[in-house]
Write a protein that binds this ligand. Structure first.
Ligand code: FAD
Length: 424
């Protein structure tokens, strides 16, 4: 081996970078290989949900986010395309202090985490470092073959962590089968300018129409617009004007905002997919984040769940180091701790895709009816909010709840907010 470490992390994304910090704080030697040449650039809207805020606070990183890089948003209004309000979700229902969503400046959370990784774990993060294959001794995984700055290198490790995103090469090298689903709808994210600062988020749903407007720091607004995957070239060929007019028809109250959309450089494309890896662990290697469980952005939890993985996996790896047991059996306690919440979120996001993205008029009517019923039902609103905020591993809807949400059954508990037991 050219170099050795205890934990070799492939990918310095949302999960791998946090894992590098958490392990360094436990005194566990680790190396993080990232194929990119540096921190991510470019436009992407990002919402830090309450569980993400709590987690960064615990790590001492929430206060390290630059001043003015986030915008606290409490009210999310769901509206019909055209403007009619259907339902309002109020984050103030949640326990304080994280009873808000934080709309972040692009990449700022990730850059802050990477800065801390470099400060707290000097030389652990290698950019331009590409994972190529797993090294084995018989059946045991003993490290990786990598290429760092174009130079081939063998890195020995007690455990290899595949934190390399939805198209994980580590997962493939481990021979773990995964179902990869590409949704037919994706999103265009645009950064718009507003003359008057906005404080509340708007989310418009219609027949095969979604337009979200999220107030961002510095008199900016993120627009999130559903487009069918692969349709971007034809959309761009038409120029910005037709899209601007389309947005005005969906959200007429915000018409002046859309006049600030003048250039495709204000936009970025966000593809959508779901990953379900059959198992996450084997002797000497483990998957985390999108490599194990990528989910549709409707969950608004992709980064949060990768960070949650990192914190739990760091605890499990600490136990592995104490017992010198890096077997699949030891690593599986990580999967057992995490699988129920990510599975629930994947299912919730898929239900939202089914009802929110629909072009079917009957399903659209049912969806709007559910939104209206929910607007008068604090209990159901709270349950949905808890799940979206990442504070519950339980599905927000049981079967009876579904009939109540659709307005087919009365709900005697509609005003009752259940006692919340925080996730451990
Ligand atoms: C455009 C966009 C917008 C998003 N917006 C949000 C949002 O608002 N909120 C939210 O919660 N989630 C959002 N997500 C999802 C979120 O970014 C992911 O769920 C989260 O980053 C997953 O973290 P991860 O560490 O598992 O994977 P990633 O963050 O994808 O990191 C994987 C890393 O592995 C590296 N890598 C891959 N292959 C190799 C290799 N062979 N060798 C070395 N390195 C490799 C990649 O370069 C990458 O840096 C968004 C995703 C996209 C694409």
């Amino acid at each position: 081996m050219d170099i050795t470490t205890d934990v070799l992390i492939v990918g310095a994304g949302g999960g791998g970078a946090v894992l590098g910090i958490a392990l360094a704080r436990k005194g566990i030697a680790n190396l993080v290989l990232e194929q990119a040449g540096g921190p991510p650039q470019g436009i992407r809207g990002e919402i830090l949900q309450p569980n993400g805020q709590a987690l960064l606070h615990k790590l001492g990183l929430l206060d390290r986010l630059p001043a003015g890089a986030s915008k606290a948003v409490r009210l999310f209004h769901f509206r019909k395309s055209g403007g009619e309000r259907l339902c309002t979700i109020d984050y103030e229902m949640l326990p304080s202090p994280f009873n808000r969503a934080l709309v972040m400046w692009p990449n700022i959370v990730h850059t802050t985490v990477l800065d801390h990784l470099q400060q707290e774990n000097p030389n652990a993060l290698r950019f331009n470092a590409k994972f190529l294959s797993l090294l084995r001794d018989g059946k045991n995984i003993i490290g990786v073959q990598a290429e760092i700055d174009g130079v081939p290198l063998q890195v020995g490790a007690r455990v290899v962590v595949g934190a390399d995103g939805p198209f994980s090469q580590v997962r493939e090298a481990m021979g773990i089968s995964a179902s990869l689903h590409r949704y037919k709808d994706s999103y265009l994210v645009a950064v718009l300018d507003t003359a008057e600062e906005l404080h509340e988020a708007q989310y418009y749903v219609g027949q095969q129409t979604i337009l979200g407007l999220f107030p961002a720091p510095g008199k900016k607004v993120y627009a999130l617009y559903m487009v069918s995957s692969d349709s971007l070239p034809s959309l761009k060929a038409q120029g910005v004007a037709p899209l601007r007019e389309k947005w005005k028809s969906i959200a007429p109250d915000f018409a002046p905002l859309f006049d600030s959309f003048v250039d495709w450089n204000q936009t970025a494309y966000m593809g959508t997919g779901r990953v379900r890896a059959k198992t996450w662990a084997m002797d000497g290697a483990v998957l985390m984040g999108d490599a194990a469980h990528g989910m549709n952005p409707h969950a608004s939890q992709g980064r949060m769940q990768a960070m949650e993985d990192a914190v739990i996996l760091a605890d499990v790896l600490e136990e592995c180091q104490k017992s010198q047991d890096w077997s699949a059996q030891a690593l599986q306690s990580f999967e057992r701790a995490r699988r129920s919440q990510v599975t629930m979120l994947q299912q919730l996001a898929d239900e939202e895709v089914f009802f929110w993205n629909t072009g079917n008029p009957i399903l659209s009517l049912l969806r709007d009816r559910v939104f209206r019923t929910m607007d008068c039902n604090r209990r159901l609103k709270y349950q949905v909010l808890l799940a979206t905020a990442g504070l519950s591993a339980k599905s927000p809807f049981g079967w009876i709840d579904r009939f109540q949400a659709a307005g087919f059954l009365p709900d005697p508990q509609a005003d009752h907010i259940p006692v919340h037991t925080p996730l451990a």
